[in-house]
Design a binder for this molecule. Structure first.
Ligand code: ZN
Length: 567
């Protein structure tokens, strides 16, 4: 059809290949036909919207997923079937009714079966998978999250966990297992049971490489492992916090100017500032993460229409609830916006007869409010970091975790040693190396089995292994270093001869501890004695082997190497 006049017949010679830039446009042109057919049928009153007769039936199409919602009766199904058949004939796109499902809602079983018969589809029920997520009008059960748990198992089964070092397993836990649930967590608040199941799988894989592990196999608590590296953890993702931060994306979009249909729909149901309660799933999500969102963000005031007067951080560094608790206790409208307060004044939103403390707080607040002016622009929310960055889920997660007190353990992670050595240093730092004393305290070994291999009647603690035992003393005296109990967990604090450069000190000191530990393991497991000379030789061999990691620090590393070789 050209300018309304039928032209000559076009013979189709070459189709579009998958991945061709034209194919999405072709898809839109074709998919639009189905939308038009259904809209026309609604217009002719042959098909009806499930709720509102004035609207066309909703059709959602994404790639090869199509979702059509109509009123549930046999006649509508006959019309729909006819439309789909006509569409199929016209476009040549075959609709596979055996692969499609028909889900009735509030329809009795007899009618539902008749309707499924008309369409030739299988009768199914919720939850349905749509775009990879379970879709259901009801609360999801734990069993509905099985696809997510199965995806974890599929990865775990493929990895030869026992052949990996702890450092290698840590990389997989962080890079793969931590990312798998992100898609789910971006839309769904995972139930605690599901989070715990995922954590159990991650924990067992990390500590033992197996499917399950007992508490005794975990050397450090999972809560600590989930802290950021700067705060003394291993930077493994805390699923609960990650879930909240990903969902905060919705809350943030709802605080931005409404441009998308779902934002407009939500605002029309919730009123300004997301403050009215609603029992929809999205409203519950929003309410679950709103308090945290408010603590992590700070508002640059525009028109004040979307900012909570009491609960947002906008005027001072903290919220007004925290700053003026006595005055807030007189508030009649907890959800009042700033625009309302600036327009009407604060007094209409307070109970009359303030207490003396509240009146004093009111005076202070009033002097602050007198300097506030509103503009016509929209309020802007930024993450409450030092340099006030725009809101992102990742930024919010970092803000939540990096605000914990930083510790010097971060020095371990800034070395260039292999992951397994860093992990050893991390365990040493926390005093959680698997020494015999540790095994004794966890009732895995008896007191008699927990002695040092070399010293009679001395419990094998980490202090003994690295400081007190004559074996360690011999290595330290050869190196002419003095190691005390106080410097055991922080090898970088050992006092050194001044000619040794400080740039690679952390690396080499951790390496020396690592080889003393390896020599001890060789004695226990292989019954092999390592003399101090052998330990020093292994250290210098490792420095040689890993020198490629220290290109810019080659001179410093060489100085250390020379020192160790001549000892
Ligand atoms: Zn000893």
């Amino acid at each position: 059809m050209l300018n309304g006049v039928p032209g000559r017949w076009i013979t189709c010679r070459r189709g579009l290949r998958q991945g061709d830039h034209l194919s999405p446009f072709l898809f839109i042109i074709v998919a639009d036909v189905l939308q038009c057919l259904i809209r026309q049928a609604t217009h002719n009153s042959e098909l009806r919207h499930p709720v509102d007769d004035s609207l066309p039936c909703p059709v959602l199409q994404y790639a090869d997923d199509t979702l059509i919602l109509t009123k549930g009766d046999v006649h509508s199904m006959q019309v729909l079937k006819k439309i789909l058949d006509n569409f199929s004939l016209a476009t040549g796109l075959d609709i596979n009714f055996h692969k499609s499902t028909f889900v009735p809602l509030n329809v009795d079983t007899h009618t539902a079966a008749a309707m499924a018969d008309v369409l030739g589809c299988f009768l199914s029920s919720f939850p349905q998978t749509y775009l990879g997520l379970p879709l259901s009008p009801h609360k999801l059960r734990v069993s509905d999250y099985q696809p997510l748990l199965t995806s974890f198992d599929r990865y775990l089964a493929g990895w030869k966990a026992r052949l990996l070092s702890s450092g290698g397993r840590l990389v997989l836990v962080n890079a793969v297992l931590g990312s798998l649930p992100i898609y789910y967590m971006s839309s769904i608040l995972l139930p605690k049971t599901v989070r715990d199941m995922l954590d159990a799988k991650r924990r067992a894989f990390f500590w033992t490489g197996e499917e399950k592990c007992s508490g005794a196999s975990c050397l450090v608590s999972w809560d600590r492992v989930c802290l950021s590296r700067g705060a003394g953890g291993l930077g493994v993702k805390n699923l609960e916090d990650a879930n909240h931060c990903l969902l905060m994306k919705f809350v943030h979009k709802l605080h931005s100017p409404a441009t998308l249909p779902w934002q407009c729909w939500f605002h029309s149901h919730s009123g300004p500032g997301l403050l009215a309660t609603s029992d929809s799933y999205l409203a519950k999500l929003v309410l679950a993460v709103l308090p945290l969102y408010r603590t992590l963000t700070k508002v640059t005031l525009g028109d004040g229409a979307s900012v909570s007067f009491w609960h947002d951080r906008w005027l001072l560094d903290s919220t007004l609830v925290d700053r003026f608790p006595a005055l807030h206790s007189h508030s009649t409208d907890d959800m009042v916006t700033i625009r309302a307060v600036i327009t009407d004044g604060l007094l209409p939103y307070l109970r009359p007869r303030l207490t003396r403390t509240a009146a004093a707080e009111h005076d202070v607040l009033a002097s602050h409010l007198s300097q506030v002016t509103l503009t016509a622009s929209h309020d802007v929310r930024l993450l409450a970091t030092m340099n006030m960055q725009p809101f992102t889920s990742r930024g919010a997660y970092h803000l939540l975790h990096d605000s914990l007190i930083p510790s010097d353990v971060v020095r371990i992670w800034s070395t260039r040693l292999p992951a397994k050595v860093k992990f050893f240093a991390w365990l040493l730092y926390h005093g959680r190396l698997n020494t015999r004393a540790h095994l004794f305290h966890r009732n895995i070994k008896t007191h008699d089995e927990s002695k040092c291999e070399y010293c009679v009647d001395t419990l094998e603690t980490d202090v003994h292994i690295f400081v007190e035992c004559p074996r360690a003393q011999a290595v330290w005296s050869r190196l002419r270093f003095v190691v005390h109990e106080s410097t055991l967990r922080r090898p970088w604090n050992v006092t050194l001869p001044s000619l040794l450069p400080g740039a690679v000190k952390d690396d080499v000191m951790i390496l020396i501890f690592w080889h003393i530990w390896k020599a001890r393991n060789a004695k226990i497991f292989d019954h092999r004695d390592s003399s101090p000379t052998e330990v020093l030789r292994h250290i210098s061999a490792d420095i040689d082997a890993w020198s490629c990691r220290y290109r810019k620090l080659a001179v410093e590393l060489h100085a250390w190497h020379e020192w160790i070789v001549t000892c």
